[in-house]
Design a protein around this ligand. Sequence first.
Ligand code: FES
Length: 143
Amino acid sequence: MTIGEVAKRSGTATSALRFYEEQGLIHSERNDAGHRRYSRAVLRRVAFIVFAQRIGLSLDEIRAELAQLPRNRAPDRADWGKLTARWRERIAERIAELERLQATLTECIGCGCLSLDRCQLANPGDRAGRRGPGPRYWIRDRR
Ligand code: FES
């Protein structure tokens, strides 16, 4: 596939595909004219990269995950299954984070803003800030 075909099918900009390739996340062959050519299997890799970024993995983490896949053939179901097993915990953590965010959208999250009327009771004088940076109640500290 050409880079344009991969971009169109994956919904990913050609600039992003070039970046992924520079980062060693995807690979192409060059044809006689020097143009990139990708196997169809790259589409699944790109989908994986985009999803991994959405759940907060860094490029280094994504690279480490993709390095587990065979390079000399298209990964099969078993190959992807090994990655998926390692991801379950990460995905569950992300789901729990999003559920906490959803549940606390209108509550005091202990971020130090003291901008809601509820902050007066839940986080008087930014007491939560003594426990460290960030939205303390959202990142699992109890009130
Ligand atoms: S919401 Fe920020 S301290 Fe309460």
